[in-house]
Design a protein around this ligand. Structure first.
Ligand SMILES: Nc1ncnc2c1ncn2[C@@H]1O[C@H](COP(=O)(O)OP(=O)(O)OP(=O)(O)O)[C@@H](O)[C@H]1O
Ligand SMILES: [Mg+2]
Length: 535
């Protein structure tokens, strides 16, 4: 009785406290497991580390936990207490114990069936959920391609299919558990009849019949209740199991195992040594995207990387930023293999502007100072932020209705593509990095703004920075110390290097066919006219 009372009190008064505690622990754990994976692992095809996968599991985990703590545990306790009490009366206790055994065995069987059938249904449901959320995010593409109707019927058809399979399974589940309830009610009737018969024969007094009746009914009531809780638990299980499976995949590497520190007193020397990379190494028949790439960026040097689309320029920059480790070869920072360097230490002095500007909802200031550590964030002045903004032409005049406090919207939706790119450059440079990777950072700008932003970047570079700049427009990389031309991997034979040539603009015009073609197509070089010599 004490236990039951405690449970009731526990379930009432402490409910909110336990809810908040579990909510906090669950979310912190999910965030920890999610953030510990390297960027490359998140981006890998089929990584399943999708938001929809985790979101669903997260909600279901809360329901599961509450089902267990506030319902299953007290109910089971009540069943055990009543059966133990009944065991003192002999046969009734044995019969109700048999019911308990039947419940346990069938529960295990049902659990197996849920794993078998529902996991597949749940994974198909996640697929369609993912499809639906992707189309919601990409509403513009759906509408402009005239696919709204097609998408609607595809989504409805798939939801109908999954929901039907789901419904059929749970209908079967309910019918199966119904015969178990019938068995329980039959056992209860038998216990009562047995008690009455014992009293009739004078073996029991009427006083014994009352507790037997109470305990047997209590056991029966709780068996009945546990069926619905069990169903709730089984229903939530597949999504929770799938979330756990995804989150507990080992990270490709653990940053805490990498302990070498980068010395940031000078701009670093970055060396690419015989790099080859295959994104899907473990897949049969997969092909590498980079082969045998070697070059070095000296301290304070600015190297540009050019090449056809898909040649592997961004991939090379990901390898230099520890998104993932190369399949073979190594990236060295000041002669130390990046595989041994602490990610935190690498990022302290590194600025990265990605090909797709990533802007968070919030103010312009929030976005600019996002990469700063807590202390720097506190001491950075508005004057300094305005200085950087002016340098990179981030001051969009009237568009900045509230200065640095102007809200930029989700994904920076209140900004144009070019404005977003400039904010992204600003946020990378504001922390005065000594190593900078810029991937197509000015591709959305008109040529006049591009030149102005480029002048700003070059001015920043004067402070002494090692830089890797990826660009299609040759006008933006004219001032680089050297240019590396990467050929598409399809043109690389055997173990030949993928680098077609390295040199200055003038040198490459002579030595690299790809570069010459780039320069001609961008109007920076004139095609030599073939002179036909008449014989
Ligand atoms: N996450 C990924 N998983 C598998 N393959 C990938 C992944 N990211 C890129 N690739 C492949 O790697 C190759 C090189 O891509 P990368 O983005 O490095 O090219 P790029 O030279 O930067 O091209 P662009 O100039 O168009 O940006 C491409 O064939 C691409 O399909
Ligand atoms: Mg790229």
């Amino acid at each position: 009785i004490f236990t039951l009372k405690e449970f009731d009190r526990f379930g009432g008064k402490q409910h909110e406290w336990i809810y908040a505690d579990f909510h906090e622990r669950l979310n912190s754990k999910i965030a920890k497991l999610f953030f510990e994976k390297p960027i490359g692992q998140h981006r890998a095809h089929g990584s399943m580390l999708s938001v929809s996968n985790i979101e669903k599991g997260r909600g279901r985990a809360m329901e599961l936990w509450f089902g267990v703590i506030f319902e299953a545990v007290p109910i089971t306790m009540k069943i055990i207490v009543s059966i133990v009490a009944l065991l003192f009366c002999g046969i009734p206790g044995l019969i109700m114990s048999l019911v308990l055994v039947v419940y346990l065995v069938t529960s295990l069987y049902l659990n197996l069936r849920v794993i078998q059938d529902c996991t597949k249904i749940d994974s198909d449901l996640r697929k369609i959920n993912r499809h639906f959320s992707e189309r919601m995010d990409g509403i513009e593409k759906v509408k402009i391609s005239g696919k709204a109707h097609e998408e609607l019927s595809f989504i409805s058809r798939n939801y109908k299919d999954v929901s039907t399979r789901d419904r059929d399974f749970w209908v079967w589940y309910i019918s199966f558990s119904r015969w178990r309830s019938r068995f329980a009610i039959f056992s209860l009737s038998f216990v009562l009849a047995y008690g009455a018969w014992q009293v009739w024969n004078g073996v029991w007094t009427l006083g014994i019949l009352f507790p037997v009746f109470t305990w047997a009914s209590m056991a029966y009531d709780n068996f009945w209740q546990i069926s619905s809780v069990e169903r709730k638990i089984q229903f939530n299980m597949p999504s929770v199991r799938s979330m756990i499976k995804v989150l507990t995949i080992e990270p490709w590497f653990r940053t805490e195992n990498r302990i070498e520190q980068v010395n940031w007193s000078l701009p670093p020397i970055i060396s690419f040594k015989e790099i080859s990379h295959n994104y899907n190494q473990k897949e049969k028949g997969s092909k590498p995207v980079l082969r045998n790439v070697s070059f070095e960026i000296n301290s304070g040097e600015k190297i540009a990387l050019v090449g056809m689309s898909g040649a592997g320029k961004s991939t090379l920059s990901y390898l230099a930023l520890q998104f993932m480790d190369p399949s073979s070869g190594s990236v060295l920072v000041n002669g130390v293999d990046l595989r041994t360097i602490s990610t935190e230490s690498l990022l302290v002095g590194t600025g990265y502007v990605s090909q797709h500007a990533m802007i968070f909802d919030g103010t312009l200031r929030d976005n600019l100072v996002y990469g700063l550590d807590e202390n720097s964030r506190k001491i950075v002045t508005d004057e300094h932020l305005w200085q950087v903004m002016k340098l990179l032409k981030i001051d969009f005049g009237l568009r900045l209705t509230n200065g640095l406090n102007t809200i930029v919207g989700k994904n920076g939706m209140k900004l144009s593509g070019g404005q977003k790119q400039r904010v992204a450059i600003g946020s990378a440079l504001i922390k005065n990095p000594k190593f900078v990777v810029i991937d197509e950072a000015t591709s959305h700008l008109d040529s006049t703004t591009e030149q102005l932003v480029q002048t700003g970047i070059n001015e920043f570079f004067r402070q002494g920075v090692t830089a890797l700049i990826i660009a299609h427009r040759l006008s933006t990389i004219k001032k680089c110390d050297k240019i590396v031309v990467l050929k598409p991997i399809s043109e690389v034979k055997g173990n030949e290097s993928q680098i077609e040539a390295i040199g200055t603009f003038q040198e490459l015009v002579k030595s690299s066919k790809t570069f010459r073609n780039f320069a001609i197509s961008q109007g920076m070089l004139r095609r030599k006219k073939k002179v036909k010599i008449e014989s």
